[in-house]
Every structure is written in C-alpha cells, then in structure tokens.
Ligand binder design. Sequence first.
Ligand code: ADP
Ligand code: MG
Length: 235
Amino acid sequence: MTSENSTGQVVVRLDDVRKEYGQSVALDGVSLEIRAGEAVAVMGPSGCGKSTLLNMIAGLDRPSSGTINVHGDDVGSLNETGLALFRRHRIGMVFQFFNLLDDLSAIDNVALAAQLTGTSAREARKRALELLDNLGVADRRNNYPATLSGGQRQRVAVARALMNRPALLLADEPTGALDRQSGEQVMKLLLDLNQMGQTLLIVTHDPLLAERCASRLIEFEDGRIARESALERAV
Ligand code: ADP
Ligand code: MG
C-alpha cells in the first residue's frame, strides 16, 4: 500500500524551520519531507506548534528562519503577490470551523476559489457542482452555511479546498467541531481522497483520524518533532 508512496516526488520539504512570536518559540527547528501520495498526520498537545506548521506551509505566515519548499516553490522567498498565487494554486486548506463565507451559498463558496484564479464563473460553477456531487452535498448547493449541518459545512469546505486541484491538502483539526458520525464521514472522505492520490497533511487530536487516514504520524512537542512512525491503515 505504501511502497509506491515512498517513491513519489517530494511535495513538501522543510529545512530547519523556526518561528518566533516575540519571545515565544512556536517552531523550533523543524525539518520534514512529504512525498506525493502520502497522508501525514500531525499530533501533539495544544500550543505545540501544529497550526503554526500548517500556516507556514500554506504561506499564510512566514518562518523566522529556515526554508519551506512546496512543489518547487520556495515559499519564504515569494513576495505578497507570489504568496497569494501560491495559496490559490498549490494549497487547499480545511479548518476546524470551516471558514465558509456566510453570505454565499454552498456552490458560490466553492466556485469563488476558482474564480479567484481566473476561471470563468460558468466553468467554476460547473466544477463546483461536480465536487459537491462527489462529496455528497450537491442537494445543498443553494443553502447558505448557517442552514447546513457541521458535517455538510465541512464537505463544502473540502470541495472548496479541492477546487484548484492543489498539490497539497492541509487540514487543521477537520473533525474537531463535528459530532462522531459527521466526523467519521469526513474521515472517510479524506481517506478516499488520499486513495485517489491526493497528498494530505492533517493536524488532529483524534488518534482514530490519524489511524484511519494517515500513512505516517508525526508527533510534535514544544515546537519540535518528537517522534515519527509509519501507520498501518486499517481500512
Ligand atoms: P497548536 O496548533 O499546536 O495548538 P499553535 O501553532 O497555534 O499551536 O501555537 C504554537 C505557539 O505559538 C503557542 O504558544 C501560541 O500561543 C503561539 N502563537 C501562535 N500563533 C501566534 C500569533 N499569531 N501570535 C503570537 N503567538 C502565536
Ligand atoms: Mg492549532
């Protein structure tokens, strides 16, 4: 199952990345590689730097030192315009609390991601509908986020994240705000995506999510990688 993954090209490479916020050190020399097709879970106590790690890889924030390379882009050296393009084209991101736009319907939330990269509104809506359909929420396409369940919102958020066919899907506690049943559905969805080839990096508190979805576990403590292990996925 995992042998083909270990030969995939490197999608993410961090080399000795540090991030300081004032006096506090959020990342303290992190080096790691993620290859195409891998599903990597990051676990660790609150405040150990997991979200900071994802935000750095996504180009939402910059490291204090060290380098981050994603799909050939040296993220730290991009200017603001370059970073915006990088985020739109290379990265899909899913958050604990969905971060959908309240004033847009489900389909418009998803389509907007493609319109921002220059796709026509018509093409964008067509692909958005396909994705909503694949994720089982096409019948909710005209609903506003407030009228969707947590699980439905997260499916819409995943569709939005996939819209521009990102090299990497980043998920920060994607089941953290969901009840057990919706959480299980989102786990299944992430596993399916990975099995179709999507490279994943998932931050989670839930050992079940890591075991189900990830092929490798990285354990964080105090801004550093404390342990790494391969996981046997029980599918
Ligand atoms: P985790 O996601 O593992 O709970 P975070 O990456 O959110 O941890 O935070 C790591 C550390 O960095 C914490 O001490 C947190 O308070 C600090 N931190 C994170 N983001 C900021 C920020 N924007 N400004 C100041 N401190 C921050
Ligand atoms: Mg966090």
